[in-house]
Design a protein around this ligand. Structure first.
Ligand code: AMP
Length: 496
């Protein structure tokens, strides 16, 4: 399922997918733009394994390559990279859990407008995307997809401003929610982050050429230098000048608001070697484990991480508690999502394909299992059984984040409130019983805040986006009926 062509307007996407976990990368003015983009996307592979796309501009025309599967499956092929000439490039790696898995769903999205072509790669989710889309359709426009990213292209197309940059800014000013975007025109690379900076985006530089990417690990892989984070509400426009130099113009079109990065980037999403918001993800996760051991100690013989997400927190828990850390679960790194998903029969084996018990470290022991989060409880349920089958005497679960009561609408894939384990059981004890654990404890919200930012949660002005734990959504939820959605969810959570 590959696609290769120079652009037409039909590069639409997105069936019914609204929740996307994605990684973005863009570079301007470098002769190896596409190769560097492919490498950057490879480093961001954890943000999306379903498909990857790259768009370049070679001075005459735009080129695109979109492929299902992992970045390394396609973009290591010299023939594929040869179809992406040019020194401006943006790329996107995508993962969606709902909606059609199809090539047409793959970003970047492109549109040929009267002011010239523009391609956009977007990580996040707009909370008013459907509302705007309905308004656009009501004017007689045809939407090629249900993607809210396509809405941005429509808004750019209908903007009355003269330049592409002003049109882009005009469009994103109308969008609400969480987004980190890179866009490419014939001469420009544009980066934009939502007004409170829910999704991360950093700026780097290689050989004097600007780069924007979701996480610093994508700079490290190509030996690029980190310059700074794109600020919340900031739009940075990098443009190649007639003399070949690059002009950089940073603007803040949105009303200034305090930054509130998504806590889930720290809990689960970002790669441990990345630095997000100036904080090492690894250090934050290890601190979560340290705080968890202080808050929820247990007599045990061995601390075992649920790999890979739980590993830094388990190290912190072991360090703080003095209980030895061991790899009691071995993860098979060659299991792709596509392999475990296609049929129910295979899905049932899912966790065994991915994780297996290391009996030598478990049999006869009191085990503390440390995981980063419990969402639906699927992983915990299966892993506790696996650890018991391997002869563990006791199994205690310690979770390095609070209970998740509320769904996310900003680009992290969490299910509806009623699918969240915390909403299905009256209390922690009942959850533990369902999972089959001897005990279960979660990190407190203040414990998490201290692990990441060094201070307790400021309830009057929370330093991070944390609605999945608290119900405090940082923006309106227009598509979900705003305030009423929040109200309903609060009632559910208090029952849970
Ligand atoms: P669950 O099995 O549904 O309780 O999900 C929790 C497990 O999935 C943990 O081991 C996490 O490392 C992982 N996880 C947490 N959030 C996500 C997410 N948004 N997408 C995929 N996996 C996740």
């Amino acid at each position: 399922m590959n696609e290769s062509h120079s652009f037409s307007i039909k590069d639409d996407l997105d069936g019914d997918t609204l929740h996307e976990e994605c990684g973005v990368f863009g570079i301007l003015g470098h002769p190896d733009a596409a190769t560097l983009t492919a490498l950057g996307l490879h480093a961001l592979q954890h943000r999306g394994q379903e498909a990857a796309g790259i768009v370049t501009f070679d001075g005459k025309q735009f080129h695109t390559e979109k492929h299902m599967g992992l970045v390394g499956d396609h973009y290591t092929n010299p023939a594929v990279l040869a179809k992406l000439p040019g020194s401006i490039s943006i790329g996107h790696t995508r993962y969606s859990t709902t909606g059609e898995v199809a090539l047409r769903n793959v970003q970047p999205l492109f549109a040929e407008l009267e002011v010239g072509g523009i391609a956009i790669a977007h990580n996040g989710n707009f909370t008013n995307g459907l509302t705007l889309r309905r308004q656009i359709i009501a004017t007689g426009a045809i939407c090629q997809s249900t993607s809210d990213t396509e809405v941005v292209l429509h808004l750019i197309a209908r903007s009355r401003h003269a330049s592409t940059t002003d049109r882009f800014i005009d469009a994103i000013r109308q969008m609400e929610g969480g987004y980190a975007m890179v866009a490419l025109t014939r001469t420009k690379l544009i980066a934009a982050r939502d007004p409170i900076g829910i999704r991360p985006l950093v700026m780097g530089e290689l050989d004097g050429k600007p780069i924007f990417c979701s996480e610093t690990c994508a700079l490290d892989i190509i030996g690029a230098k980190y310059i700074r984070d794109v600020e919340n509400g900031e739009v940075i426009i990098c443009e190649i000048q007639p003399d070949g130099s690059i002009a950089i113009d940073a603007r803040k079109p949105a009303n200034p608001q305090p930054e509130r990065l998504c806590l889930f980037e720290y809990v689960y999403f970002a790669r441990p070697d990345s630095v997000v918001g100036g904080r090492s993800i690894y250090v934050a996760r290890k601190n979560m484990g340290i705080n968890l051991a202080k808050e929820a100690p247990v007599d045990a013989d061995v601390v075992v991480p649920v790999p890979d997400g739980g590993t830094p927190a388990a190290l912190g828990y072991a360090q703080q508690s003095g209980i030895p850390f061991e790899y009691g679960i071995i993860r098979n790194h060659y299991v792709g999502r596509t392999f475990i998903e296609p049929t129910q029969q295979i899905r049932a084996f899912g966790v065994k394909l991915k994780h297996s018990a290391n009996r030598a470290m478990i049999a006869g022991k009191r085990v503390v299992l440390v995981d980063d989060s419990i969402v639906r409880g699927t992983t915990s349920l299966k892993i506790v059984q696996m650890i018991r089958d391997a002869g563990a005497k006791e199994v205690h679960i310690r979770v390095a984040s609070p209970k998740i009561f509320y769904p996310d609408f900003y680009g992290i894939d969490t299910p509806d409130a009623d699918k969240l384990l915390a909403n299905q059981y009256a209390d922690t004890e009942a959850m533990a019983k369902y999972i089959g654990a001897d005990s279960l404890e979660f990190l407190s919200i203040d414990g998490l805040y201290r692990a990441v930012g060094g201070e307790d949660r400021n309830s009057a002005r929370p330093q991070f986006t944390d609605h999945y734990f608290t119900g405090d959504y940082p923006t309106r939820l227009l598509d979900k009926n705003g305030e009423t959605a929040g109200l309903k969810l609060s009632v559910m959570a208090s029952n849970g």
